[in-house]
Design a protein around this ligand. Sequence first.
Ligand code: RB5
Length: 147
Amino acid sequence: MKIAIGSDHGGFHLKKEIIKLLEEQGRDYKDFGTYSEDSVDYPDISLKVAESVQSGEFDRGILICGTGIGIGIAANKMAGIRAALCHDTFSAQASRQHNNANILTMGERVIGPGVAKEIVKFWLDTEFEGGRHTRRIDKIGLMERSF
Ligand code: RB5
């Protein structure tokens, strides 16, 4: 599984912690920035990570900002992107099982690195359940194409 990861300045330190986890687990990942604490605009990072997932170059994305909200709102503007804000492991699992979320978003100002790492582990290791959930996701795709 190829993982794209990115953050704005508000998520920079948590992103570093998550990258450590990805490295410990021997995961295949690419860091799309930002690469310092200098202020950047989170939609620019959303665009890079979401494009890499939308194109199929990467299988999943992880986006981190101060709250996880703005970076996820921006990513969800891209067709085919299902970005889920998860600050607990139950939501992380459900976002994969029911929503086939292809991007996980989190907020560095909301949760600590310990919880965030558990969320990432659950999110990466949980499969989509398909079945009735496929029909619902197809309806989201129809909305994207229609409006
Ligand atoms: C940056 O200060 C902050 O607004 C951003 O990281 C994020 O929380 C936006 O949703």
